[in-house]
Design a protein around this ligand. Structure first.
Ligand SMILES: O=C(CO)COP(=O)(O)O
Length: 135
């Protein structure tokens, strides 16, 4: 699975903690992240992470483009709902594309826990499920 990891500044500690706790799951997948988030995860865990631009410099849009190409299977995006972001349109666009392409997206740690445990159980074969629904 290709997993995108993103966190706003005040949520970065939470995401680093989350990835560290579930390292044994994340290490089995391909990880992608916005610039600063990716740097923090690499420093804390030593995991291999493909880093895009920093969010405000276009990283959210780069991940959105991957979603539009069906190249992202899960998005974990710890948003800060209490701080205005200069690149809010990019944030909205990324979340919108996840909905357009029905990509599972967790915007807080509660949902991320559910997703990652589902992934551990092998439950996240959602592309198959959606394909069957369309038939
Ligand atoms: O701003 C972000 C997402 O909108 C995150 O970007 P960074 O990981 O580069 O801080």
């Amino acid at each position: 699975m290709n997993i995108a990891l993103i966190a706003h500044d005040r949520k970065k500690d939470d995401l680093v903690q989350f990835v560290t706790a579930y390292r044994y799951i994340f290490e089995k997948h391909s990880l992608f992240a916005t610039g600063t988030t990716g740097q923090r995860i690499i420093e804390a865990t030593g995991l291999q992470v493909h880093r895009f631009q920093s969010g405000p410099l276009g990283g959210d849009q780069e991940i959105g483009a991957r979603i539009a190409k069906n190249e992202m299977d899960i998005v974990i995006f710890f948003r800060d709902p209490l701080t205005a972001q200069p690149h809010e349109p990019d944030v909205s666009a990324l979340i919108r594309l996840a909905d357009v392409y029905r990509v599972p997206i967790a915007t807080n740690m509660g949902t991320a826990e559910v997703l990652i445990r589902g992934l551990e159980r092998g439950d996240i074969d959602w592309r198959e499920v959606i394909k069957n629904m369309r038939q």
